[in-house]
Design a protein around this ligand. Structure first.
Ligand code: 5AD
Ligand code: SF4
Length: 447
């Protein structure tokens, strides 16, 4: 049978990147090889995101382009998966009549069967049931050849229902993957040359509370810390309310656990945090930050903030800036509030105007730029262990890697060093990266 070509375009978060890799692996068995060129494809899949309206807009405009392609190539089939597909279901066909398939976040494992039926019957299909179990959780990660670092999904779904967030409706309830399965996968990855794993889930701190063999996230971290060949462990994303003293203790105790945490705060105003249903106050957040810094001096802390949540006044926004000044985040991802259908915040009054949101975001990002540069500059003169991930994008004689605190470092070095950890003395700091010089002692097997 002649092989067909599959083009997958991924939008949104790392969970989607992982899911796309799983889709490609599953459809290989149905006769599809992946291509980087949409023009050559027999099947195009858009793995979609719905976290903010902007993400959705991008997807609609991309679909318009594929529609034109289909007019020249009638046998081309186009499918949408992921969060926006889950949200829109059947209604997606009205927006995009060229679509052949809409499949949801819990249907990935059935993709070969669904695509098979589409090919045989030729009729457009919608598959968006949410199940009790996320079957695709058990499909192993498929890192690209030669990769040094990869993501491993450990749980999926979210039970928190933050008022702005559409995720619990589109990814379903929390479910954890059994610990033995995760360890087995990490061992295999280490054998294939992976040196760094990032444990992935919507709320990794609540790992093990549902659907696994009753061990918690710290047990998992400790066990992965013992896998030979794994030099670095990271995780994302953590919810501040679930960041336990036991987990904080892991920093400094589990040797490969990197000195970095992404801990989304969302706002510095107690009134807004309460309206968001976050389950903590600004003071509680600051206490966790202090505990992290006590357990692990120098730890990098990054965060997410939303500006312009319904009812946010100048004083609330000022409280967010004050929290930022107090914490001095190493990096911050900031967003204008975007109304999502079906969430609690969509029904709230006192929406903030687009102009005010834009202005607040600008002020916040200007402040963060100062903090990021200040934190980057504090690395100058230090010697850092850097895991080399690949050649530098700009300079042919340079390689690029990351510090344990998750800062990007470029420096002169042989391509043969890719995958190794070396010591680099930091000489320069930029807004998004560092530059340094490799120390004479060179490659090191360090934690
Ligand atoms: N509007 C704006 N930002 C949002 N996020 C999640 N939902 C929304 C929304 N409706 C942000 C949060 C979250 C990050 C992944 O995206 O800050 O931590
Ligand atoms: Fe959304 Fe809150 Fe769950 Fe994060 S913790 S996925 S922001 S509901």
């Amino acid at each position: 049978m002649e092989r067909k070509k599959l083009y997958i375009q991924t939008f949104g978060c790392q969970m989607n990147v992982q899911d796309s890799e799983k889709m490609a692996a599953l459809l290989e068995g149905s006769g599809y090889d992946t291509t980087d060129d949409a023009d050559l494809a027999d099947l195009i899949i858009l793995n979609t995101c719905s976290i903010r309206e902007k993400a959705a807009q991008k997807i609609y405009s991309q679909l318009g382009r594929y529609h034109a392609l289909k007019e020249q190539k009638p046998h081309l089939r186009i499918g949408v998966g992921g969060c926006l597909a889950q949200q829109w279901g059947e209604r997606f066909f009205r927006r995009a009549p060229e679509l052949d398939l809409v499949f949801g976040t819990h249907q990935i494992h059935r993709l070969p069967e669904i695509v098979g039926a589409l090919e045989k019957e030729g009729e457009r299909r919608v598959e968006t049931d949410l199940c009790d179990r996320v079957h695709s959780l058990t499909i192993p990660a498929q890192p690209t050849a030669g990769a040094v670092s990869t993501f491993v999904t450990i749980m999926q779904g979210c039970d928190n229902f933050c008022a702005y967030c559409v995720v619990p409706y589109l990814r379903g309830r929390e479910e954890s993957r059994p610990m033995t399965e995760i360890i087995g996968e990490v061992e295999k990855l280490a054998e294939r040359g992976i040196r760094e794993v990032t444990l992935l889930g919507q709320n990794v701190n609540s790992y093990g509370q549902k659907g696994s063999d009753c061990r918690d996230f710290t047990d998992l971290l400790t066990a992965i810390g013992g896998v030979s060949g794994i030099e670095r462990i990271r995780f994302t994303t953590s919810h501040p309310k679930d960041l336990s003293p036991r987990l904080i203790d892991c920093f400094g105790k589990v040797a490969p656990l990197c000195e970095h945490i992404h801990l989304p705060v969302q706002s510095g105003s107690d009134r807004i945090l309460n309206a968001m249903n976050r389950g903590y106050t600004a003071e509680m957040y600051l206490e966790k930050v202090a505990a992290l810094r006590h357990a692990c001096p120098g730890i990098s802390i990054t965060s997410d903030v939303i500006v312009g949540f319904p009812g946010e006044e100048d004083a609330d926004f000022e409280a967010t800036l004050a929290l930022m000044r107090e914490v001095r985040f190493d990096n911050l991802f900031s967003f204008q509030y975007s109304e999502r259908e079906g969430t609690a915040a969509a029904a709230m009054n006192r929406k903030v105007s687009a102009g005010v949101k834009r202005e607040r975001l600008r002020i916040l990002q200007d402040l963060q730029a100062v903090h990021t540069l200040e934190r980057n500059r504090s690395s100058i003169g230090r010697t850092e262990a850097v895991l080399i991930e690949g050649p530098s994008k700009k300079e042919s004689r340079e390689v690029t890697g990351r510090t344990r605190g998750n800062r990007i470092v470029n420096f002169e070095g042989e391509k043969g060093l890719i995958g190794k950890t070396v010591f680099v003395r930091i000489t320069e700091a930029f807004p998004h990266s560092l530059r340094g010089e490799m120390e004479a002692k060179g490659a090191a097997d360090v934690h």
